[in-house]
Design a protein around this ligand. Sequence first.
Ligand code: AOF
Ligand code: ZN
Length: 334
Amino acid sequence: MKTTAHAMKLALDLAWDYQLLTFPNPAVGAVCISADGAILSVGAHKVAGGPHAEVYALRDAYSLLSGDNTLAECYDAHTIHDYLRTHHNNIFNSVSMAVTLEPCSHSGKTPSCALLIRDLGIKELFIACKDPNPQAANGGKILEDAGIKCTFEVMESEGQKLLEPFIKWQNSPFVFFKWAQRLDGTIDNGIISSEMSRKHVHALREQCDLIVIGGNTVRHDRPSLDARLVNGKAPDVLIYSQKSDFDITIPLFSIPNRQVFIASDFERIKEYRLVMIEGGVGMFEASREVCDWYLSYIAPKIGGGLQTLGIITEDFEVLHAKITDNIILWMKKK
Ligand code: AOF
Ligand code: ZN
């Protein structure tokens, strides 16, 4: 694979690790490349308000090239921007970057990446997608006007997939259905996915403003549906059920600062922006029309369960797959 494609693939993979976790910002990845084509550093935007992807990549490339580790443990965007601007010493003049999104032109919660890249004198940029946010867009133009060569649309279709949730939640809710399964397809009976996967789910719950769950799952599992594994805030809950006779000692009803709704339709979803649906066959079928994406954690286990999603017929496109101690599959309907 050519260096540019390899670097962009790395940037995309890294960005996917934080997909939805950057809400309401997009997931973005960035890679710094040396003059001889070596990967110097990688970065991803991790959380809204935190440093942008480029800033992490530039921070680590700076440490590597200069030997100055002052910024090594710095996670504050303003501090990194200011330090790099005053200390770069033209160290970046032979460095190129691959970025999944054009560097932002604006100062939002953090300063402009395009202006930083310009001021550091980066040699060349490879960009997958233009920024669909008009306030932050046209960073590429700033860089081209400063004489920095920019190549646009590098692996653009892959970059667009990454941006889909960000584009959707600008005007309407982005909804995804999540489940964990064993290799034999079973989805019931106890803990299925790894601790890392469950922490990932809790981190996603923290970003979501609503969780939708089936009435039978609530009665049977008595869940909390909170984000305790990451000490996060619990989202509101919509219990999708024809009947509203729930035992209110079920933990999800006593989480502070949470609203719980019970309804036999999905109208409530329209009031939210990032919505996770949890459940089995019934929820899958019922939520088909409102669901944008599907997220599955596949655990390397066989046995221990009985129920599967096997009576459903569906064909998915894989948007991204990550293999860790579980397989994490992001998908949408074909
Ligand atoms: C980038 N790199 O990693 C991201 C970008 O409020 P702020 O400062 O965090 O800016 C958020 C906006 O910046 C967001 O809406 C999107 O347009 C862009 N996101 N840009 O150069 C990144 N996450
Ligand atoms: Zn930026």
